[in-house]
Design a protein around this ligand. Structure first.
Ligand code: ADP
Length: 428
């Protein structure tokens, strides 16, 4: 990507400079030629858009991917050429489009779920990387975008996900039956068994429950991979939402003797101003499916309870103009540095004496990552062994105006429960 941006600068720079005469001009011509050769031969589509949203560069791979000849595409508004849809076929809104996001945030934007709609209306799975082009004053003056055809990989992923989802769905039924019969066998009102047999059955029951959870997690992760996860995004005020969720989750932690706290703002802000939580509540709007986000936070919270013996679990909401940041912090075992880069991969579990005795599938954090990525967010952890762990989620933040506008755009089937404290109200 860096190389492509470098070439684009040279290409655009040389366009303006070719009027100069003499040696310099010849040198620039040679540079332009070299940049042209690279852009014309790379396999990835490269599209450059200027500050007026007009296409300036459109390499041959971009033509192959979109079906638009360069001489037709160049000079057109990018909206008529680069049409994107999500895996469900729903067209990207202006705010979702990586070109728009790169300009608005002045940051690199990646999108690994989009499909590009070609000129003759065929959809092609692509990975997109969009970077702002900056002028001398470091202001965005356009966007360079790389499109990589990943249709083959996505088809294979889909086949794999379909197999896993069918297999886990089919296997859940007999496992549920075994679990039910084991429960009956352990019930003294139904069956008479001696203590030794009962202790075996308790173990068998726990393992069957674990197997049931594993199939459920497998099914969820397969759905997340092939875009079948039920997802009805709505505008949610995350401060109220997470505060309410903390109340719902509190009991599970308190049963283990752990205290639970919810804070608005960073921990230092909350410590400096104990009234911060109540007095000044910035509104942190995000467009997410509340059920999916509940799943993510509950997963992080359950882990915090599982891997913390004493102390506190703190849920928090903070952010800046661009992002809403959710956090789940604990005072538990912590995570060794070498495990952190792998934690959000499928089936990854830290291998130590603590985790060996604590049950788990290694799929929870993977599912969390897939859900967060669905909303173009990011999830990560900061932790040290013995020092507790802090899991963070950044979601794109909507201003109150954007929240209001998006809310009005939302399809009628997506409804907020009328008593939902996080539902957007018109007086903000
Ligand atoms: P699991 O079902 O094993 O908990 P997850 O994907 O949720 O699977 O977590 C992966 C691994 O990350 C866990 O096995 C554990 O080793 C580690 N982990 C997750 N959360 C925490 C935490 N809050 N504190 C310490 N370790 C954690």
């Amino acid at each position: 990507m860096a190389l492509v941006i470098f070439l684009i600068y040279r290409l655009l720079g040389s366009k303006h400079s070719t009027r100069k005469t003499g040696k310099l001009s010849a040198k620039l011509e040679t540079e332009k030629l070299k940049s042209d050769i690279v852009l014309n031969s790379i396999e990835d589509g490269v599209v450059v858009v200027d500050a007026n949203q007009l296409i300036q560069v459109f390499n041959p791979a971009a033509t192959l991917l979109t079906g638009w000849p360069a001489n037709e595409a160049i000079g057109l508004d990018y909206h008529s050429v680069i049409k994107l849809v999500d895996p469900g076929g729903k067209a990207y809104t202006e705010a979702d489009h990586p070109f728009e996001q790169a300009i608005r945030t002045n940051k690199n934007v990646r999108d690994n779920t989009a499909e590009l709609v070609s000129k003759d209306k065929n959809n092609l799975a692509v990975n997109i990387s969009a970077s702002p082009l900056l002028n001398e004053n470091k202001q965005p003056s356009g966007v360079v975008c790389i499109f990589q055809d990943v249709s083959k990989q996505r088809r294979e992923e889909q086949r794999r996900a379909e197999f896993i989802s069918t297999a886990s769905h089919e296997m859940r039924t007999p496992v549920a039956a075994i679990e039910g019969y084991l429960a009956l066998a352990m019930n003294s009102k139904v069956s008479q068994i001696d203590d030794k047999a009962k202790s075996f059955l308790i173990k068998a029951h726990a393992s069957t429950q674990h197997l049931g959870e594993l199939f459920q997690d497998l099914l969820t992760s397969a759905k997340a991979e092939d875009g079948r996860l039920i997802n009805h995004p709505a505008v949610i005020e995350m401060g109220k939402y997470v505060e309410q969720l903390t109340e719902d989750l509190r009991f599970a932690a308190q049963k283990k003797g752990l205290s639970v706290e919810f804070i608005m703002g960073t921990p230092s802000e909350a410590a400096r101003r104990p009234d911060y939580t109540k007095a000044i509540q910035p509104l942190y709007y995000a467009k997410v499916d509340p059920n999916r986000i509940r799943e993510v936070i509950t997963n992080l919270f359950d882990n915090a309870v599982k891997y913390t013996q004493t102390g506190k679990i703190t849920l928090g909401v903070t952010g800046d103009e661009e992002v809403v940041q959710l956090s789940v912090r604990d005072t538990g075992n912590g995570i060794p540095a070498e495990d952190i880069p792998h934690l959000f991969q499928k089936f990854y579990r830290v291998d130590n004496s603590a985790t060996r005795t604590i049950g788990g599938t290694g799929l929870g954090l993977y599912i969390c990552r897939k859900i967060v990525e669905l909303y173009k967010g990011r999830i990560w952890v900061e932790s040290q062994p013995g020092q507790g762990s802090s899991f963070y989620i950044n979601l794109p933040r909507l201003s109150s105006d954007e929240a209001q506008r998006v809310q009005n755009e939302v399809v009628p089937t997506v409804q907020q429960p009328s008593n939902d404290p996080s539902a957007i109200s018109s007086n903000h």
